[in-house]
Design a protein around this ligand. Structure first.
Ligand code: UD2
Length: 298
């Protein structure tokens, strides 16, 4: 018995740190009440995870919308994705834009590719953000099913600063919104609060407040999410309701009912204007500072 306890002690103290595994994140929540991991720096071994997924020969799709003036963010997004997003894996980035001629040429490593998909321009920024679910649904149904396994849907006005890799893979993956994690009570989360909307989340409901700017998972799970959010959004629109934060509100409602199997910490979508909280040991992806009045159609 004493021998077994000492072996475990030696394993935890010496072997696990050597493998890069660190159980010392007691400062943040690392497991949800429904037993989904919450991914933070220091909670996973990147080399071990990569070697597991290398054997499965996975490929990862990513969608990004660059409509109107938002095309200006695309170069930085693509260049930094090349540096940090699933490096060493097959990656296919789908750019939805109304300005295909302005898509920058970015040199991509072997196994990585980009496809440009034209979309109409829009006079309402809310519509651009909202239509993303419909286009993601169509992309998965018409092009992706049977090709690859995972997909992430990301905001273009962002850039990568650190590894975003296999640790983020899961069935249904949500990212905690950086503005509503520290010092915020659940009752203050900006969920849609009108019961008439299909995005409604009641006062006593909700887990985390998740970002509309980054989510993903398996193709099957993201297809279900996109279909549901799209149809709820459209049904609301027929009744003259637009949820407080468009598809982000519908996403939050969806994630409340269908719990994500993996939750990514705000390291996976920080905001450049925010000062870094001590719990944030690394910023992997962040939204750049932008002047809404200058770049949105209205
Ligand atoms: C938040 C969310 C965003 C979305 C929105 C609600 C984060 C970090 N951001 O960001 O995902 O849920 O609230 O509507 O969670 N876009 C264009 N052209 C436009 C306008 C938007 O291409 O003229 C695309 C672009 O990919 C952009 C995304 O839509 O990244 C979201 O728009 P936003 O960044 O203006 O929304 P924002 O900052 O309010």
């Amino acid at each position: 018995m004493i021998l077994r306890v000492s072996a475990l002690f030696v394993f935890c103290l010496f072997v696990m740190p050597l493998c890069g595994f660190n159980c010392s994140r007691t400062d943040v929540v690392t497991l949800t009440p429904w037993l989904a991991p919450v991914v933070w720096e220091g909670t996973f071994n990147p080399d071990l995870l990569d070697s597991i997924y290398q054997q499965q020969d996975i490929s990862v799709a990513a969608t990004v919308f660059a409509v109107g003036k938002y095309i200006m963010f695309l170069k930085n997004f693509l260049e930094t994705a090349e540096e940090y997003f699933f490096v060493g894996f097959k990656v296919h980035i789908y750019v939805f834009t109304d300005r295909p001629d302005e898509v920058p040429q970015v040199k991509m490593a072997p196994g990585r590719q980009l496809t440009v998909l034209p979309v109409p321009s829009s006079n309402r920024w809310q519509e651009i953000s909202a239509r993303r679910m419909e286009l993601i649904q169509k992309l998965i149904e018409e092009r992706l099913q049977g090709h690859g396994k995972y997909i992430f849907c990301l905001d273009v006005d962002s850039k990568f600063h650190g590894r975003w890799g296999t640790e983020s893979l899961g069935g249904l993956v949500a990212v905690i919104h950086p503005a509503f994690f520290f010092f915020f009570k659940r009752s203050n989360f900006p969920y849609e609060r009108r019961p008439q909307s299909r995005a409604y989340v009641a006062e006593e409901e909700g887990d985390f407040y998740y970002c509309g700017g980054a989510f993903g998972g398996s193709l099957e799970e993201v297809l279900l999410l996109a279909k549901t959010c799209r149809s709820n959004f459209e049904a609301d629109a027929k009744e003259g309701i637009e949820a407080a934060w468009q598809e982000e509100s519908h996403l939050n409602r969806y994630m409340w009912i269908n719990k994500p199997s993996k939750v990514l910490s705000p390291e996976y979508l920080w905001q450049d204007f925010k000062s870094r909280n001590s719990e944030i040991h690394i910023i992997r992806f962040s939204g750049v500072v932008k002047n809404y009045a200058e770049i949105r159609p209205n």
